[in-house]
Each structure stands twice: as C-alpha cells, then as structure tokens.
Design a protein around this ligand. Sequence first.
Ligand code: FAD
Length: 302
Amino acid sequence: MTGTSRKMELSAEFRARVLCDVPMAKHTSWHAGGPADLLFVPQDLRDLSAFLRQLPLEVPLLWVGLGSNLLVRDGGFRGAVIMTHGALGGLARISATVIHAEAGVPCARIARSCAQWGMGPAEFFAGIPGTLGGALAMNAGAWGGETWAHVAEVDVIDRRGATHTRSPSDYRIGYRRVEGPASEWFVGARLKFEQKPDASSDAIRDLLERRRQTQPIGEWSCGSVFTNPPGDHAARLIEAAGLKGFRVGGASVSEKHANFIINHGAARAADIEAVIRHVQSRVAEVHNVMLQPEVRIVGEPA
Ligand SMILES: Cc1cc2nc3c(=O)[nH]c(=O)nc-3n(C[C@H](O)[C@H](O)[C@H](O)COP(=O)(O)OP(=O)(O)OC[C@H]3O[C@@H](n4cnc5c(N)ncnc54)[C@H](O)[C@@H]3O)c2cc1C
C-alpha cells in the first residue's frame, strides 16, 4: 500500500495535514534514509490522541524526535512517522526540584532551563542532541549522568490514543536500554533533580567544549554507533582493529572518534549499515567481542 492510499483511510482533517512519502534523510542527523509512507506532526497531545484513534490499528508507527540515533534504510518506512520535535514542547518547573517536560523538548533546553532554575545535576542533558522522548527510549546519558536516574514518572500514549502515567518500576532500565509495556510511547515526564543554587550555564559550556575536542561535532553522524562492552570502550576496540577511516561509498569511520560513522554528504543508509556490519565482523575477528549497535536501524532495504 502506498503513502497516498494509506492517507485516504483518514478523515479529511487529518488527510490535509499528513504528509506522504517523506524522505527520512530530512529528519535524521545522518541525513540518510528513504521515504516514510506517512508523516504526522501533532499540534499537541489531544491532537496526537485524536490522530491515533483514527489511524487504522494495523499501520505501524515510528516515533521520531530529532533522529539523532536513527538509521532508516533506503527503502524507507512502511507506516506512519510521528514527529514529536516541534510538537510536544511544553517545559515547566513544578516545584523546587521537579520539572515537567513533554517528549519533544530538546534535551539541551532541559539542561539550560535547569541551570536557570537552580536545579541539577542536569548538565549532562546538554550532551544529548535529541529530544526527551528519544532520551527516555534510549536511557541516554553523558558525562556520568543518565536520563532514567531522574525520572519520577512518565506519561505514555498507547496505540488507541489513550494516555497513562507510569513509574520507573514499570520498566527494566539498563545502559542504553529501556524495556516497558509494549505499544506505548513517551509523551512526557516529570524529572527530579536536587536544588543547586550555584548551577550555571558555564558548566555546560565547558563540557560542550571538551566534547568538541574529542568528537567530530558538526559532521553528519548519530554519535556513538555501538554501546561500550563491559569494561571496555567500543572506540578503543575499533581503533585497535585498524578501522579508523574505513569507508563504504559516502560513509566512513571517523578519524577523530572511532565509534562515530560519518556521512560525508552523499552516503546511502546502505553505506552506513555496511560500515556498521564490517566494523562488527572485524572487531569480532580481532578482539573476539561482538559490538552491539546503540543506534536504532529500521525500515526496508532499497
Ligand atoms: C553528535 C552526537 C552526539 C551524541 N552523544 C550522545 C551521548 O553523549 N549520549 C547519548 O546517550 N546519546 C548520544 N547521542 C545519540 C542521541 O542523541 C540520543 O540517543 C538521543 O536520546 C536520541 O534522541 P532523539 O530525539 O534524536 O531520538 P530519535 O533518534 O528520533 O529516536 C531514537 C529511538 O527512540 C525512539 N523514540 C523517539 N521518541 C520516542 C518517544 N517519544 N517515545 C518512544 N520512543 C521514542 C525512536 O523510535 C528510536 O527508536 C549523540 C548523537 C549525536 C548525533
């Protein structure tokens, strides 16, 4: 079924607002990937709920925040993409130590706001170039901080558009791993911090500067591609296997940080995936360690 025929299943109101056959290269930080059948940017939570109520249940969903940890294959995604960035953007302080943020809020905004509100530690959020929704899905972390260490409660939406509130005990949380009830997605969270009257954006600036020195910031990437195996670093293993600069088509292992794969401008998702698979098999041969991708790979091959 094509994007256009799927769209005809919706009411006139949503037909007018849903986009068809949208290249996901526009919505991922790797700037690669084929078309999604449908793409919807809700106006707010109520609008999202109405959309889900009427989207036929068999249409698969792909939730996308800032696409900073996502590889969509060149054949694209057969289903509906829900974009939260620019949509679910509410952020408020609800007490001296607790904030409420909707899923589309960029993590960097959470870091900056917490510094202004005198609470923390939230600086680590500045190192995550995604949304809160993506950070909740990934248990994103940086500089010793981790998203779920701060979760008091999450708000989720199910496939029929009903919302529920859940607590961290409803999830199994690990390093870059979150397992919870099936067919639910994050629409917001209450995050708790400590009072930190001396919190300032200088700390954020320093951490970002340190990162610029060691990572290829500004190039098209998804950050670290593989999780670190217990007791070691994926970047060290990749570099020691002689893979810095290894290239397929328009994609290569970064010379600056071996756990980053760069799209030099015209990479297809297949080039990036081929680099991922080659790195996995060479590191397994050389070090006897099977690296696991941290990035989410979805969609159909071309
Ligand atoms: C330069 C660079 C540096 C990075 N550094 C770090 C780092 O230091 N630490 C770190 O942890 N990550 C890092 N990342 C990876 C990435 O920013 C994080 O994983 C981030 O949390 C992804 O958020 P996103 O909004 O971009 O999610 P997306 O890439 O849009 O989605 C990622 C996954 O989350 C799912 N998802 C998104 N929104 C929701 C939702 N609302 N509900 C349910 N599931 C959802 C998607 O379906 C997908 O499976 C880096 C990336 C880049 C490009």
